[in-house]
Ligand binder design. Structure first.
Ligand code: NAD
Length: 366
């Protein structure tokens, strides 16, 4: 006789490389899911890995030993500038690779990772996974239901004063692979591609407002950070669907009052929540009518970083595509890199990549 428990696949073994700032958020989500188990963790800073392991009852290994373990997926939580090198090691060790965003520091590096994974029959998945949250899914449902008709225009606005005053190691945010577009604009773009499909072409303006940048507040106040990327980028995105949106990504703005995301359709307006969060209020109106809230009741209203990785683990076991796909991450990376190119040259640039919209999430993953 078989029971539900005996037919359920064994928990999928996962290893983690990178035990810094974002590590605890992932651990919280992964520890709630019985369909995955953490084999071991590793970090270039072995002392940090050992102390994280002791704190959370995990095993710390060297990176080589982790790559030789029975882990099937390696979760990469290193800074963007290390994603390419870590990804090559993981894929060459025959493991599936799920990485924090962006996929790599440059499109060319991201493409190499995706092509290597294809050649080796391995999966690549990439954050952000916030579009799987309650607010992202509520907005997607409104788009798909045609609540405001065809989406023609819109805005996506990320503006703050950078991570200098809260992150313990802020230097990497101002190097290629960082900056307001690759670090936070990536959430907005991923949500937009999830809602509307791929971008066909773009134009952009960009500025590096201060170089070096003086940390304004906090424990590192007065420290000078070299800046190798634009810190204010305004991009005009022409989607393959025909929609035209303006995206602003800035580390140069102290405060503003814009809505994070607005989508304008033939019959009304959709107002999205912060794409860097899982929950939040989503509203819509028709023509001149009042705004009303989208129906609630969806899962993942609070920080659930890691559900994209869990979706990939379940997808592997179930033989279906995972939602935080390599193709979407590579497309979003190309959009971001080309937005910086367009800011330098003033030219309109056509994208070479396309991707499918990920399947909507009907309910809880596990
Ligand atoms: N901190 C956040 O709030 C946050 C939020 C969302 C996403 N992220 C993303 O998570 C990733 C990590 O960010 P973080 O804030 O945790 O950075 P962090 O600097 O706090 O930690 C990164 C860790 O990676 C280790 N590391 C660096 N290079 C390595 C290598 N080659 N091999 C092994 N280990 C290496 C470092 O020793 C460090 O412990 C980035 O891609 C970032 O964009 C961070």
């Amino acid at each position: 006789m078989t029971t539900a428990a005996s037919t359920r696949p064994a928990a999928l073994p996962i290893g983690i490389i990178g035990c810094g700032n974002i590590f605890p958020a992932y651990l919280k989500t992964l520890s709630r899911c019985r369909r995955v188990r953490i084999v071991a963790i590793a970090d270039a800073n072995a002392d940090l890995a050992a102390s994280r392991a002791a704190e959370h009852g995990l095993t710390a290994l060297s990176i080589d030993d982790l790559l030789a373990s029975d882990a099937q997926i390696i979760l990469n939580l290193t800074p963007p500038q290390a994603h390419h090198a870590v990804g090559l090691r993981v894929l060459n060790a025959g493991k599936h690779f799920f990485t924090e965003k962006p996929l790599a520091a440059t499109f060319e590096q991201g493409l190499e990772l995706v092509e290597l994974a294809r050649a080796r029959g391995l999966r690549v998945g990439c954050a952000p996974d916030t579009f799987l949250g309650a607010a992202g899914q509520a907005l997607r449902a409104l788009v798909d239901a045609g609540t405001v008709g065809a989406i023609r225009h819109g805005t996506a606005q990320f503006m703050n004063h950078g991570p200098d005053h809260w992150h313990p190691n802020p230097a990497f945010f101002y190097q290629p692979g960082g900056g307001p577009l690759h670090d936070v604009g990536v959430y907005y773009l991923t949500h937009l591609v999830h809602h509307l499909g791929p971008v066909a072409s773009l134009t952009s303006t960009s500025h590096t407002t201060h170089n070096p940048r003086t940390v304004p507040l906090g424990a590192r106040a007065g420290e000078q950070l070299p800046v190798a990327v634009p810190t204010h980028v305004v991009t005009q995105l022409a989607f393959a669907s025909g929609a035209h949106l303006v995206q602003t990504s800035s580390f140069d703005v102290w405060r503003h009052t814009h809505t994070p995301m607005e989508l304008y359709g033939d019959d009304g307006t959709l107002l999205g929540a912060d794409p860097n969060q899982f929950g939040g209020t989503v509203r819509h109106n028709r023509q001149t009518g009042e705004f009303e809230r989208a129906p609630g009741g969806r899962p993942y209203t609070t920080n659930s970083r890691g559900i994209g990785l869990i979706d990939m683990a379940l997808a592997l076991q179930e033989g279906r595509p995972h939602r935080c796909s390599a193709e979407m991450a590579l497309h979003v990376l190309e959009v971001m890199d080309r937005a910086l190119d367009a800011g330098r040259t003033g030219q309109r640039i056509s994208l070479t990549t396309r991707c499918e919209r990920p399947a909507p999430l009907a309910g809880k993953l596990f």
